[in-house]
Design a protein around this ligand. Sequence first.
Ligand SMILES: Nc1ncnc2c1ncn2[C@@H]1O[C@H](COP(=O)(O)OP(=O)(O)OP(=O)(O)O)[C@@H](O)[C@H]1O
Ligand SMILES: [Mg+2]
Length: 355
Amino acid sequence: MTLLAVENLSVRDQAGKALVEDVSFAVAPGDRTGLIGESGSGKSLTALAVTGLLPPGLTATGEVLLDGVDMIRAPERRRTGVRGRVASVVFQEPLTALDPLMPAGRQIAGPLRRFGGLKSAALDQAVRAALEEVRLTDTDRIARAYPHQLSGGQRQRVAIAMALACRPRLLIADEPTTALDVTVQAEILDLLDRLVEVHGTALLFITHDLPVVARVARQAHVLRAGRIVESGPITSLIARPANPYTRTLVDSARRFDAALTGAGRPSQGPDLEGAGHSSHHDAPRTDDSLSGAPRTDAPRTDDSLSGAPRTGGAPRTDGAPRTGGDSSVNDLGADDPRSGGGHFEGDGGGGGGRE
Ligand SMILES: Nc1ncnc2c1ncn2[C@@H]1O[C@H](COP(=O)(O)OP(=O)(O)OP(=O)(O)O)[C@@H](O)[C@H]1O
Ligand SMILES: [Mg+2]
């Protein structure tokens, strides 16, 4: 069964204006699919509709089947059952997903305890493994830190650890690196790339940035003004963009690349321009720059990647307010993590949050 099947999805506002229109695509287990488009093109609304989390006032029509569950019409209880377990989301701003009043370790401990049945030392160990899996060092300090005490990159790593704690089959990443500086962005992309590979997680990666989507996705759908204007393997979209809008995306990425790598050096021109020639059609990647941000060369830590226990369920840990305001796909209305045993339930108690 296709993991995610979206057919003729439209999202309308209260006035009946279509914000997303007639969008169809599918994600099979293990697929890496990109949704790319400019700001306001409907990327986030598509992700929210897919997870059944559209804000009040917006309505979806068409069909969204996530692991066979109708995410538009099924009762909320059924839809909640697939969120977190089947699909998790990582947002652009990790503070959206993280509870500002709870130490990072406890936030990760929630799903590990609830769905993995872990407590005490085993829970501590699993939290540490989850932090190591997202390449965080100094795990004791990070586990005790509140979100505001972490850097943006560290917060995003914690959010990724939470999203993956329940080993979802689909990870939806909505501009997960846009708020980060370019070096951290490359590291986070590399991390996501490795984690979905290791765990066989399907990826729906949302971005406005063509080189970024080229870095992580194998196929992509180009959204413009709420409609998909072109779809295909990412290499073909870059080498032979058929739609004028896709062409402008490719051209501006190439101009940017030329400015960075070959300013004033004519030798760069023919190579980049040549990506549209038929001789490039079978190339797995078009060129270094459009294949995305550089990979970091950090050694692969397979031990830690396999070390975290497989658990089910939701990473969201309690009902405390979040800064982002909107609901998260990872929010399954889970019970209070403070009720359980273990090291990470004990510290903080929610009272030491942001100033
Ligand atoms: N709750 C809402 N009510 C009415 N219109 C909305 C709502 N949320 C989003 N929109 C509109 O729907 C369109 C698509 O928004 P969406 O957030 O999906 O864009 P996006 O592609 O994710 O953009 P960005 O790259 O800036 O995140 C925009 O025109 C936006 O103003
Ligand atoms: Mg968005």
